[in-house]
Structures are given as C-alpha cells and as structure tokens.
Design a protein around this ligand. Structure first.
Ligand code: UD1
Length: 338
C-alpha cells in the first residue's frame, strides 16, 4: 500500500524540497504550514515540478485540535517534522517565542501522534547541537556543548525529549543538518528569506542581484587557512533526498521503539571566502564584499563526518558546491524577475 506521509512545515525551505523528493519516490504526502514564514507560491512551485496538486492545509502545529483533525481524516504512516523557527539572532531577542514554537509544536505533535497511534517520526535537528566540537569532522558521538543561542538550545531540548519518549513506543530518526544551500534545479522553489537574510548564501545572491550593497564577511582572523569560518554546505535537494532514505530506514527497522541521530552533511569543510570566490567564478557575477568583525555566537569551524548516514541509508550527496551555488543564483534571478 502507498505510504502516506505528513510533512509539517511543508512550505518551508527544506520541507518543500522534501515534498518533491517524496512524491518522486512514490509516497503520498499531506503538507501543513502556518505560512507565517513562507508563502503559498512555494507549494505552487512544488506542484509545477511534480505536475500534481499537493494536499495542503494551513495549520499551526501548536493547534492540537486542528492537527488532530488532519490525523483523524487520514491514515499516515510517518511524520516528517520541519515546522520550526530557525533564526539564531531572533532567538536571542525572543527566546520565549522560540521555546514555545519549537519545543511546544513538537510536544503537541507527539501527543497527537500518540493519540492516533502513529509512531514513526523524522525530526529536523541541526549541527548546532554540538556547539564548537572538540574534534572535526564531528561524528554523532560528540557531546552536546553549551548551546550558543536559544535556537540551538531548542534543538538540544527537542532531541532530549525525543530520546525520552521512545519509551512510549515512538520510532524516531533525528537528522542533524549542517548548512543547506541552493535551490531546486528547476528554480521553481528555493529559500524565501524574510527581510535581510541572516544566512550566508541568500545574502550572497541578494548582493549579486543588487538588492544588498555589499556582503560583510564576518571575521578573517579565525584559526583557519584563510581566516574565515568553515562550514559544511550541502545542496538542499541532497538534504531532501536524505529524508526519503531516512523513511526507508525506519520502515525497514523492526524495533518497537528507537531513537537514532545522524549527521546530514557532505563531510567537506568550505570556508566563507572560498564560497564567495566560488560563487563569483561559477556565476561570473560581481560580488562586492568587505571583511567585518566576527559575528557573536559563530563557531570557528564545523563539518560532518557523514559515515554513519552514508552506511545506514546508502545515501551520498549528488550535487557539487558549484551546482548548489548556481541553483541558488538561478532561484534568486527567478524571484527578482517575478
Ligand atoms: C547556523 C547554525 C545552523 C542553523 C542555522 C540557521 C551553526 C554551526 N549552524 O548556521 O545549525 O540551522 O544557523 O540559520 O551554529 N556569514 C558571513 N556573512 C553573512 C552571513 C554569514 O560572513 O552575511 C558567515 C557566518 O559568519 C558563518 C557562515 O557565513 O561563518 C555561515 O553562516 P550562516 O549561513 O548564518 O549559517 P550558520 O551560522 O553556520
């Protein structure tokens, strides 16, 4: 029987790309989103890519009644929970909002899943749970260091909750994302930052498009070869495909309950300045930038050891950094010309 997957935050950046990959892999999907931080045109973009309508509901995961009614009207086999806030800066200004939304929505979802006897869940975690790891590449056994922000703390708390609730019969895979970038190769969907972007690649593409005057590289005095921070940038479609693999992994497991966490990265560290130069090279665009002070809360370098996810899921990244940057740029051009 065709498996039916509920995707929360389905209009979000990673959620929308995952809808495409789930449908391509033969799953039936229902997507929910508040559309508070995205727009319905992202769902329309998904529909154009897959030439099908998406079963979409504008629902908040904090609304137990509305959420429960979606569960009662469908027979889901699993849930992929993307719905959460992700701005580090905003979480410092509004920690209460972050705890309520990120932790509260997970609690509500778990209760509704339990009531409806749905036990398989894939959770969006982050490499931020490690803080600045002692060893790089970082593997899953690295301890959680003190979180650098309330956002990071919500991811640590959520993972701890998930590890605890398996005694109630849940089967959970937590995916610790490194730095997802890029957009669908069709340029029908991509990231829609609200206001001035916090993340590097949307800032880069907006600067190249002339929306921002110049990029500020936050620090060139780190203990790295060129002095800028090092991250593990991964194409968002590779991240999306890993969710399909995570579902297969869960389906094939026979345990009555389980919790497992995997790094979701490429395993390659790339510096901010390397990325900037690569963008200029692949797009041929001008990218004015200056070196500014360090950004508070930034870790110096982090990239994944992806060995466990590679082996357990039989998954490898498909896209290069060049393709990721080109796809991000194609998407930026598309939204500017709209
Ligand atoms: C962080 C978290 C990640 C989280 C994400 C959500 C870590 C290691 N990662 O990503 O888990 O999901 O926020 O937003 O904590 N940069 C500039 N100029 C800019 C913007 C960024 O130089 O205008 C630099 C940053 O200093 C950093 C790198 O680019 O070194 C990447 O920054 P960003 O895209 O914001 O992602 P992270 O902070 O790594």
């Amino acid at each position: 029987m065709q498996q039916h997957i509920l995707v929360t935050g389905g209009a979000g950046y990673i959620g929308a790309h995952t809808l495409v990959e789930l449908i391509n892999a033969g799953y039936r999907v229902t997507a929910i989103d508040t559309l508070e931080r995205s727009e319905f045109r992202i769902i329309e973009g998904v529909e154009r890519i897959i030439s099908k309508k998406i079963d979409f509901h504008q629902i908040d995961c904090l609304d137990a009644v509305a959420l429960n009614s979606v569960f009662e009207r469908n027979t889901f086999s699993s849930v992929i929970h993307f719905a959460a806030y992700k701005s580090v800066n905003e979480s410092v200004e509004k920690p209460l909002r972050y705890y309520k939304n990120n932790v509260g929505s997970l609690m509500t979802l778990l209760e509704v899943m339990k009531r409806n006897k749905i036990r398989d869940l894939i959770f969006s975690s982050s490499c931020t749970v490690y803080g600045q790891p002692d060893q790089i590449p970082v593997d899953e056994s690295a301890p959680f260091k003190k979180a650098e922000s309330p956002y990071g703390q919500t991811k640590q708390i959520c993972e701890q909750i998930l590890e605890n609730v398996i005694s109630e019969g849940f089967r959970i895979v937590s995916l610790r994302y490194f730095n997802p970038i890029g957009a669908h190769p069709s340029a029908e969907i991509g990231e829609l930052p609200i206001g001035s972007p916090n993340n590097l690649v949307p800032y880069v593409t907006q600067t190249a498009a002339g929306v921002r005057e110049k990029l500020v590289v936050f620090g060139n005095d780190y203990d790295t070869p060129d002095g800028s921070c090092i991250r593990d940038f991964i194409h968002v479609s590779d991240v999306a495909i890993a969710h399909v693999k995570a579902l297969e992994f869960l389906i094939n497991r026979t345990e009555a309950s389980l919790f497992d966490a995997f790094n979701l990265g490429t395993g390659v560290g790339v510096s901010v300045l390397e990325l900037v130069n690569k963008f200029i090279q692949v797009t041929g665009m001008k990218l004015p930038y200056i070196i500014g002070p360090r950004r508070p809360g930034d870790v110096e370098k982090v990239f994944a050891n992806p060995q466990r996810i590679n082996q357990a899921f039989g998954w490898r990244t498909k896209y290069t950094l060049e393709e990721s940057l080109l796809h991000a740029w194609n998407w930026e051009k598309k939204i500017r010309n709209r």
